[in-house]
Design a binder for this molecule. Structure first.
Ligand SMILES: NC(=O)C1=CN([C@@H]2O[C@H](COP(=O)(O)OP(=O)(O)OC[C@H]3O[C@@H](n4cnc5c(N)ncnc54)[C@H](O)[C@@H]3O)[C@@H](O)[C@H]2O)C=CC1
Ligand SMILES: O=C(O)C(=O)COP(=O)(O)O
Length: 527
C-alpha cells in the first residue's frame, strides 16, 4: 500500500512530522508558502496540516485533487472554507482543547497588562525615563469581568478570574442556567453585561452572529473606563470605533491579540494611549504547541491510515476501535445505496436506512454516509461518504435513519428504502461471517447474491425454460457467467435473476434479453 502523503504548511512543533512518520505517512514540511505556491503542490497530498496562516480557500481545494483531510493544529477554523471542503469530500478536523488553557492564560495576562499598563511602563522604564508618576492602575479584586462566550476558553478564563476575586458576568446564548451556576458566573444578556462590566473579554468564534459584536453602538453601552480584551478573533470588535473610544477616554484600555486583517502591520490603533497588542500569540506556548501538533498528527494519521474520525467538523466521529468493525458495513451500505440508485426510476424524494440486529449496535452516521455515497455516485463522480450527505440534502432528499435492536431472520441487516414516483423500493443486505456483504432481498423478493463487478438484473415471469434461454443468449455473445442468483415472489409469479458476468454487457445484448419471452425488465448494473 502506498503511504498517505501529508503537507505541513504552517509553522508547527516538530512532533507533528515525527508522529506522521511513525504512523505510516510520508510528510513534507513547507511553512510560509504563498497561496499560489500551495495551489501548485497541493495536488500531491492526501492530508494538509495547518495553523491559522494557511487559508484553505476554494481555489486551494479545487487544486487538491487527492486531498482527504485538513487538520487544524488549534481551534479556530475560520481560515478553512468548510462548506466547500465538505462539498469536495474533504474532512476538516481541529484540536478543540489543546491550546485552550494557554489562550485563557493569555487573556488573563492581557487583562493585567491593561489594568496596570505594563507594556507602556516597560517601554518607558527601559528608555531610562523612570516614569513612576505616570501610571496609576486599577485592582482586579472585586471588579466585574464581562465574559462574551463561555465555551472552553471562556470557562477557563472565568475560573481564573474567580480565583483573582473578580465577579464574572457571562453572555452566551448556549449557556444554561445550571452551567452558569456550576461555573460560578452570573448569566446575563449582552446589554446587562455591557452595562456592568469593568473588564470585557471575548471568547466566541467569528460567525455572522458574533461579527462586530462590540460594534460602535455596543461600545457606547459600556461603562466609562471599561477595559477590553480580545484573544478570540479579529472582526468581533469594530476597530475604528474602539480607536475613537480609546481616544475619547470612554474605554480606558484595550488589548488585542487578534485583528480584522492579519498580519496587522499598520492598524490605526497602534500608538493609541491605553492600547496593548500581541501578534496572535494566544496559543503560542511550548505546551500548547506540543499538544496541538501531537493531536492533529495523531488524528489525521488515524483517518488516513485506519479511517478513524476524531474532532471532525463536517463528519461524525468514529473511533479507531469502531472503524474496523464498521468497515464491512460501509462496503455493504455503499453497495445497497448503489443498487437502489441504479434500479430506482424517477425522482427520489426520501430514503430510509434501517439497521437491524448487530448493525443497530454500530454508529448510524457512517453507514448512512456510505449508503448515500453509493446512491449519489449515480449523479457525481467525486462523491464520497463525507460529501454525500451534503449533496443529498442539497437535492432535497429526506433522509431517515432507523434502528431495530431485535434481530430478524438475519443476525445483522441493513435495509435501504427509497420513495420514488412509482412507490417505495427496498433492498436489504447482511454480512456473511461478519465481513462479506450479501444482498438478501430486492424489492420484497428474497435472493442471495454478492454485489460485485458487472451484473445483469432481470425481472421475468417465473416459467420453465427461461434460464436456458438467457444462458444461451449470453453464451452466443461470448459473455461468461460468474454467479447466478434466482429469487421469486410466488411459484409462477414474478421472478428475478441477478447474475454476475466477466465483462460489461453491450446494449445489443440487453435489447436481445428484453425481447426474450416472459421478460419484463433487464438492466445492466456495475459495482
Ligand atoms: N488567540 C488565539 O491564538 C486563539 C484564539 N482562539 C479562539 O477563541 C475562540 C473561542 O474558542 P473556544 O472557547 O475553544 O470555543 P468554544 O466553541 O468552546 O466556545 C465558544 C463559545 O462561544 C459561544 N457563542 C457562539 N455564538 C455566540 C454569540 N453570538 N454570542 C455569545 N456567545 C456565543 C458558544 O456558545 C460557545 O460557548 C475561537 O474563536 C478560537 O478560534 C482559540 C485558540 C487560540
Ligand atoms: O487555535 C486557534 O484558534 C488560534 O487562533 C491559534 O492560532 P495559531 O495556531 O497560533 O495560528
Amino acid at each position: 500500500m502506498t503511504r498517505p502523503k501529508v503537507l505541513i504548511s504552517d509553522k508547527m512543533d516538530p512532533n507533528a512530522a515525527k508522529i506522521f512518520e511513525e504512523r505510516g505517512c510520508e510528510v513534507d514540511v513547507k511553512p510560509g508558502m504563498t497561496p499560489e505556491e500551495l495551489a501548485a503542490v497541493i495536488g500531491e497530498y492526501d492530508g494538509l496540516a495547518i495553523r491559522s496562516a494557511t487559508k484553505v480557500t476554494p481555489a486551494i481545494l479545487d487544486a487538491a485533487t487527492r486531498l482527504k483531510v485538513v487538520g487544524r493544529a488549534g481551534i479556530g477554523v475560520d481560515n478553512v472554507d468548510i462548506p466547500y471542503a465538505s462539498g469536495k469530500g474533504v474532512v476538516v478536523m481541529n484540536t478543540p482543547f489543546g491550546n485552550s488553557i494557554t489562550t485563557a492564560e493569555h487573556a488573563i495576562a492581557l487583562i493585567f497588562a491593561v489594568a496596570r499598563q505594563i507594556p507602556e511602563a516597560d517601554r518607558r522604564t527601559q528608555a531610562g525615563e523612570w516614569p513612576k508618576n505616570d501610571f496609576m492602575g486599577v485592582e482586579l479584586t472585586g471588579k466585574t469581568l464581562g465574559l462574551i462566550g463561555a465555551g472552553n476558553i471562556g470557562s477557563i478564563v472565568a475560573s481564573r478570574a474567580l480565583g483573582l476575586k473578580m465577579k464574572v458576568v457571562a453572555y452566551d446564548p448556549f449557556l444554561t442556567e445550571e452551567r452558569a451556576v456550576e461555573m460560578g458566573v452570573e448569566k446575563a444578556d449582552l446589554d446587562t453585561l455591557l452595562a456592568k462590566a469593568d473588564f470585557i473579554t471575548l471568547h466566541t468564534p467569528l460567525t455572522d452572529q458574533t461579527r462586530n459584536i462590540l460594534s460602535r453602538e455596543n461600545l457606547a453601552k459600556t461603562r466609562k473606563g471599561v477595559r477590553i480584551v480580545n484573544c478570540a478573533r479579529g472582526g468581533l470588535i469594530d476597530e475604528a470605533a474602539l480607536k475613537d473610544a480609546l481616544d475619547s477616554g470612554h474605554v480606558a484600555g484595550a488589548a488585542l491579540d487578534v485583528f480584522e486583517t492579519e498580519p496587522a502591520k499598520d492598524s490605526p490603533l497602534f500608538g493609541t494611549p491605553g492600547f496593548v497588542s500581541t501578534p496572535h500569540l494566544g496559543a503560542s506556548t511550548t505546551e500548547a504547541q506540543v499538544n496541538v501538533a501531537l493531536q492533529v498528527a495523531e488524528q489525521m494519521a488515524d483517518y488516513l491510515v485506519n479511517g478513524g474520525v476524531t474532532n471532525a467538523l463536517n463528519m461524525p466521529s468514529l473511533s479507531a476501535e469502531e472503524a474496523p468493525k464498521l468497515k464491512p458495513y460501509m462496503g455493504l451500505a455503499e453497495k445497497l445505496g448503489s443498487l437502489v440508485g441504479q434500479l430506482a426510476h424517477g425522482n427520489l424524494t426520501k430514503i430510509s436506512i434501517e439497521r437491524e440486529g448487530a448493525a443497530a449496535e454500530l454508529s448510524g452516521k457512517p453507514i448512512e454516509g456510505a449508503v448515500l455515497a453509493g446512491l449519489m455516485k449515480q449523479y457525481s463522480d467525486t462523491v464520497n461518504m463525507v460529501n454525500a450527505p451534503y449533496l443529498a440534502k442539497e437535492r432535497g432528499l429526506d433522509i431517515r435513519s432507523v434502528r431495530h435492536e431485535k434481530e430478524g431472520a438475519y443476525n445483522t441487516l441493513v435495509r435501504v428504502t427509497v420513495a420514488t414516483d412509482a412507490g417505495d423500493r427496498s433492498v436489504a443486505g447482511t454480512l456473511f461471517g461478519n465481513e462479506n456483504p450479501r444482498l438478501v432481498e430486492i424489492f420484497g423478493i428474497g435472493i442471495e447474491a454478492e454485489l460485485a463487478g458487472h451484473m445483469l438484473y432481470i425481472v421475468n415471469e417465473d416459467a420453465p425454460g427461461f434460464i436456458g434461454r438467457i444462458g444461451t443468449l449470453l453464451g452466443e455473445h461470448g459473455i461468461n457467467i460468474g454467479t447466478f442468483n434466482l429469487g421469486r415472489r410466488d411459484a409462477g409469479g414474478e421472478a428475478i435473476l441477478l447474475l454476475s458476468v466477466d465483462q460489461p454487457i453491450p446494449d445489443t445484448v440487453i435489447k436481445a434479453a428484453c425481447a426474450l419471452q416472459g421478460v419484463k425488465l433487464v438492466k445492466a448494473l456495475a459495482f
